[in-house]
Design a binder for this molecule. Structure first.
Ligand SMILES: [Zn+2]
Length: 231
C-alpha cells in the first residue's frame, strides 16, 4: 500500500476514534441522576411536606373543636341545671351558649375545609409518587443502556487505538511527524484530490501539480499544506 493511502487510512481511523471518544464523553455525562428524576423526587418531597402540614392543621382545628364542645356541654349543663337563679346570670349564660354554638358552626366548617385539603394533598402525593416511580424505572433502563454503550465504546476504542498505533509505527518518522503536525494544526492532515481540487480547502491545482500528484509521491496542497490523496 502506498504511503499516502496509509496516511489517509490512518486519518480515517483517528477520526473514527475521535467520533467514538465524543460519543463516550456524551454517555459519561449522562451517567448519574437526571434532572427529571431529581425534579420528580423533589415534587414528591414537597407534596409530602404539604400533606404533613395540612394534617397538623387538621389536628389543631379538631382539638379546638373538642375544647369548644366541652365548653358548650358545660355551659348547656349549667343553663338547664337549675343552679343558676339570677335572671341576669341566666341571660348571660344563654348568650354564651349561643355564641359557642356559632363558633362551633364556623369551626366545623374549618374542619371540613381542612379535611378536603388533606384529601386533595393525599391524592397528589400518591400521583407524584407514581410519577417518580415511572421516572425512576425509565431512568434505570437508560442507565443500564448507557453502561452497556460505555463498555462497548471502551472496548472498540482500545482496539482502534491499537490499530492506529500499529499503522503509525510502520510509517517513516519524518512523514509521520508531518502528518501529526498537520493533524494538530488542521484537524485533517490528508485531503482528497477531487476533480483537480483539494477537498481540504477547495483550491484547484495547477496542471504541473496534478501531474506530480499522479505518482505515489507525497505532495502538499499549495494553499492549505494538507497532504493530497488521490484514489
Ligand atoms: Zn488545500
Amino acid at each position: 500500500m502506498g504511503i499516502i493511502r496509509q496516511l489517509y487510512q490512518l486519518q480515517e481511523l483517528e477520526l473514527d476514534i475521535e467520533a467514538r471518544e465524543t460519543a463516550l464523553a456524551r454517555c459519561m455525562a449522562q451517567l448519574g441522576e437526571s434532572r427529571q428524576l431529581v425534579e420528580s423526587r423533589s415534587q414528591v418531597v414537597q407534596q409530602e411536606k404539604l400533606l404533613e402540614q395540612l394534617k397538623g392543621e387538621q389536628k389543631v382545628v379538631e382539638w379546638e373543636l373538642e375544647d369548644l364542645e366541652a365548653k358548650l356541654a358545660a355551659a348547656t349543663e349549667a343553663l338547664y341545671s337549675g343552679r343558676i337563679k339570677n335572671p341576669k346570670d341566666l341571660a348571660s349564660l344563654q348568650h354564651e351558649v349561643a355564641g359557642l354554638k356559632d363558633r362551633r358552626v364556623r369551626l366545623e366548617e374549618r374542619v371540613l375545609h381542612v379535611m378536603e385539603r388533606v384529601e386533595m394533598a393525599s391524592v397528589s402525593v400518591t400521583g407524584k409518587r407514581q410519577e417518580f416511580g415511572r421516572a425512576e424505572e425509565q431512568w434505570h433502563g437508560q442507565q443500564q443502556k448507557l453502561a452497556a454503550d460505555i463498555e462497548q465504546l471502551n472496548g472498540t476504542l482500545s482496539e482502534l487505538r491499537q490499530q492506529a498505533q500499529q499503522s503509525l509505527a510502520v510509517i517513516d518518522p519524518e512523514t509521520a511527524g508531518l502528518y501529526q503536525q498537520l493533524r494538530k494544526r488542521k484537524g485533517w492532515a490528508v485531503a482528497r484530490l477531487e476533480q483537480g481540487a483539494c477537498r481540504g480547502c477547495g483550491m484547484s491545482l495547477s496542471t504541473a501539480e496534478l501531474q506530480r500528484a499522479k505518482g505515489n509521491r507525497l505532495i502538499q496542497c499549495n494553499n492549505c499544506s494538507r497532504i493530497l490523496f488521490q484514489e
